[in-house]
Design a protein around this ligand. Structure first.
Ligand SMILES: Cc1cc2nc3c(=O)[nH]c(=O)nc-3n(C[C@H](O)[C@H](O)[C@H](O)COP(=O)(O)O)c2cc1C
Length: 362
């Protein structure tokens, strides 16, 4: 195969070579029972792998039951869940893509219904639980007042993240992504909006970053040197006095020192007061700044829906990879079509679909 575009050229991170730079962004499916992947997850993630993406990432996968956004989220807090993930990773590999898992804890935004059932806070009688956070500050009046974690519980959570990474390795994933964005637990510690602690986990930027950095270091201890580690962050909160791009640049440098290889650059999600109207490629400048100023690889994400747009982001050095979410829900085969549009003749149309293959010039 001769590849001319940057989007469809391979990328090497540590010893992992990924066939192209178009990655499936993590997307909750709210379709699991007790955390385990099922037919839905195998078909959903598998289809995106046969659709030509370079890397396919699971949805936010909880490191403990309390860390689920909803009772139907994926989770990898118990060894019994490993086999279901292995089936997902094996099929992704069979299609030539890299398999990634996003490890997560929803913190104060946990225990909610599926979005199509209103997404409201679930009480214990409806299968919900008491969410936890760095402080007892709620996200808004509709979500829970979280219970403040004590230091022993924070220590235990770091161990849960590490154990979840160990299980992810056994399941066969190539990449772990730490979900430190969107107002979930790690982001709640980072931000002065959600963290009013007065101990070593609150106050200064260093103290607020302590918990996520402990997670990154603990995971890196068990995640092999030859495999890459990603972190997704919210580059800004779009709130006066909140976490901002400069904080993110500094934090990304610390993550790099802790062994993180790529920053998946998202934004927002920690405050209903955020001022943002998303537009095409709105988060790309954050990926660019972090890449340049922290000297770490970045992924750009958010309303990237055109092949030329993705190619331009890579060509201009704004990011090293492109994460695509909703466009891949609309069309899992979008990468195969994007390649044809960019003039690349890929050799990974599935054999079963070759009679329908679309190549450049067709
Ligand atoms: C249905 C859905 C579920 C999502 N779940 C997650 C998630 O589990 N973890 C995460 O980091 N982002 C999640 N996101 C955000 C996406 O990964 C992505 O960053 C966002 O949709 C913007 O990219 P897009 O414009 O290409 O969709 C979700 C988005 C959607 C639409």
């Amino acid at each position: 195969m001769s590849s001319i575009s940057k989007l469809f050229s391979s990328i090497q991170l540590r010893d992992l070579t990924i066939r192209n730079r178009l990655f499936v962004s993590p997307m909750c499916q709210y379709s699991s029972e007790d955390g385990a992947p099922n037919e839905w997850h195998r078909v959903h993630l598998g289809t995106r792998a046969s659709g030509g993406a370079g890397l396919v990432m699971t949805e936010a996968t909880a490191v403990e039951p309390r860390g689920r956004i909803s009772p139907w989220d994926l989770g990898i807090w118990d060894d019994s869940q490993i086999d279901g993930f292995r089936a997902v990773a094996d099929f992704i590999h069979s299609q030539g893509a890299a398999a990634a898992i996003q490890l997560a804890h929803a913190g104060r935004k946990a225990s909610t219904a599926q979005p199509w059932n209103g997404g409201k806070l679930l009480g214990e009688s409806d299968g919900g639980w008491q969410p936890v956070g760095p402080s007892d500050l709620p996200y808004d009046e509709n979500l829970a007042v979280p219970r403040r974690l004590n230091v022993a519980e924070i220590d235990a959570l770091v161990k849960e993240w590490r154990a979840a990474a160990e299980r992810s390795l056994v399941a066969g994933f190539d990449v772990v992504e730490l979900h430190f964005a969107h107002g979930y637990l790690a982001h709640e510690f980072l931000s002065p909006i959600s963290n009013d602690r007065e101990d070593e986990y609150g106050g200064s930027a260093e103290n607020r970053a302590r918990f996520p950095l402990q997670i990154a270091k603990a995971v890196r201890e068990v995640w092999p040197d030859h495999l890459p580690l990603f972190a997704r962050i919210s580059a800004t909160e779009y709130v006066e006095g909140g976490w901002d791009l400069n904080d993110s640049i500094r934090f990304s440098g610390w993550l790099k020192d802790a062994g993180v290889d790529l920053i998946d650059t998202s934004s927002g999600g920690n405050s209903p007061a955020q001022t943002l109207t998303p537009f095409t490629g709105y988060q790309v400048p954050f990926a660019e700044e972090i890449r340049k100023q922290a000297g770490i690889a970045t992924g750009a994400v958010g309303m990237i829906t055109e092949a030329q747009q993705a190619e331009q982001i890579l060509q201009s050095g704004q990011a090293d990879a492109i994460f695509v979410g909703r466009e891949l829900l609309r069309n899992p085969y979008w990468p195969l079509h994007a390649a044809a549009e960019l003039g690349d003749r890929l050799d990974y149309w599935p054999d079963q679909y070759l009679r329908a293959a679309v190549y450049p010039g067709d």
